[in-house]
Structure formats: structure tokens, C-alpha cells
Design a protein around this ligand. Structure first.
Ligand SMILES: [Zn+2]
Length: 253
């Protein structure tokens, strides 16, 4: 057998750099498929940056600079363990293509409009990182679920919501084109962690005081589906995707 040349190795890494590595799908979470087969021991092969959730919906994943955290419903952040498993996450190697600075106060709506001007096309995938000071950040963390699992629309009804005010920290996540809704969450899907790496969650709303924005453009998506009985048997065709994702990922107000 021929050994792989150094050049081939370099090429495969370069290809990885340009992709979103997508573990399972948003529609399977909606259906209550909360146990996956993707272990965090593998995570660094597929990215140094990402967001997602954990088996039994036990917390929110956030990672950047190769450091990954689990934000639990007790409001605290825990370093991710190799034995932690995820039923849904989006990962990438973050290499910024675009730098942008926000110097005045900006609401979520204003920032999203600004980003749409900055991003070359809404039809591509982007990883986004925002480091700065936030007037407010409103988050939730999903809560550990016990079997038999209820659909996510039900599961999020008891989710704890956190309001952070005048806080330094980092918001990271992805822009997903509308056509990929159901695989991931179309539009902006963002998670937050404070500067001390103590607390955070899935972002519903925010107001920027000032922040540095970095955007990493992605032309590839690698979709990895769970090799589990639950996923094989799930009926993923019966969901009203738009309403379901809005109810589970959008601002409950
Ligand atoms: Zn989320």
C-alpha cells in the first residue's frame, strides 16, 4: 500500500478549513432525537470553533480558539470532556476572511442588517465571532431531558433564561442560508460566553456596546448523520420546520 505523501495530508487539511462540519440535523432535534453518537474526543479533528448541544439536551456547546465549553441549565460553564456526546453541533476551523468593527451601540436587528451588507452573499455559510462589550445579552440553556423524550417544542417550555447586562464576552455562531433550514438553523444561530468563561447560553437577543467582528466564509458543508436506531426510525417529514425552529430557537417573547 502506498503511504500518503505529505502534500496529500496538507491538501486534506486545507479542504477541512473551508467547511462547516455539521453533526446531525436541527429537524431531528425537533423530533426529540436527543442522543447522538458524536463524542467530543473527536471534536478537534473537525474544528476549533463551534456551537451545538449535548446528549439528553444537557446544555449548550460553545467553542473557539480550540477551547470548548458546556453551558448548563445551572447557568455555569464547564470545560467539555472527551466522553461528552452531541446529537447536534456545527463545527469549523475559524480562519477570518472579514474584519469589521462596531463602535456604536447596536441592537440585534441593526447588527444583522449591518452583517448582511458586510457578507458577500447570503447564499454561503459563515462562521461569525464577536468579541466585545454588550449592553445586554439574553440567553437560554436547554435542560437535561429524561426518556421518553418529548419534542423540542415541549422541552424548551421550561428552559431557564438568563439576562446579562453590561458584560464583556464573546458571541460565536453561524450564518446558514435559508435553503439549509432544517439541517441547521437558517439565519444567525449564536451562542454566548462571558469573558471569565463562567456563564452563557444560546442567544435570543443582544445589544452591542462595541465589538470586533470576524467572519470566516465557508463554501463546503460536510453533513454527518447519526448511526443510531432512533435516527433511522425517526419521522422527520412531519414537522412544520419554520414554526418548530422559531419556537425552539427564537426569542420566546
Ligand atoms: Zn443554539
Amino acid at each position: 500500500m502506498k503511504s500518503i505523501s505529505k502534500q496529500q495530508v496538507v491538501q486534506s487539511v486545507d479542504k477541512n478549513l473551508d467547511q462547516v462540519y455539521q453533526v446531525s440535523t436541527m429537524v431531528s432535534l425537533l423530533d426529540g432525537i436527543y442522543d447522538g453518537d458524536f463524542y467530543m474526543s473527536e471534536i478537534k479533528e473537525h474544528g476549533d470553533f463551534g456551537i451545538g448541544t449535548f446528549n439528553q439536551l444537557d446544555g449548550e456547546l460553545i467553542g473557539f480558539d480550540g477551547e470548548f465549553y458546556r453551558l448548563r441549565s445551572d447557568g455555569k460553564a464547564y470545560p467539555v470532556q472527551g466522553s461528552d456526546c452531541s446529537p447536534f453541533c456545527s463545527l469549523t476551523f475559524f480562519r477570518p476572511d472579514i474584519y469589521h468593527e462596531i463602535k456604536q451601540r447596536m441592537t440585534l436587528e441593526e447588527f444583522e442588517e449591518e452583517m448582511k451588507r458586510v457578507m458577500p452573499s447570503e447564499n454561503l455559510f459563515y462562521a461569525i465571532r464577536m468579541d466585545g462589550v454588550f449592553k445586554k445579552v439574553k440567553t437560554r440553556t436547554v435542560e437535561l431531558q429524561e426518556k421518553p423524550y418529548v419534542p423540542m417544542v415541549e422541552a424548551v417550555k421550561s428552559q431557564p433564561i438568563f439576562d446579562f447586562n453590561d458584560i464583556k464576552g464573546t458571541i460565536v455562531g453561524f450564518w446558514t442560508p435559508q435553503y439549509a433550514h432544517g439541517i441547521a438553523v437558517s439565519g444567525f444561530h449564536l451562542h454566548f460566553i462571558d469573558e471569565e468563561r463562567n456563564a452563557g447560553g444560546h442567544v435570543f437577543d443582544y445589544e452591542i456596546e462595541e465589538c470586533k467582528v470576524q467572519i470566516s466564509q465557508k463554501l463546503n458543508m460536510n453533513l454527518r448523520l447519526p448511526n443510531t436506531k432512533d435516527f433511522f426510525k425517526a419521522d422527520l417529514s412531519s414537522h412544520d420546520l419554520v414554526a418548530g425552529i422559531e419556537a425552539t430557537e427564537g426569542n420566546p417573547e
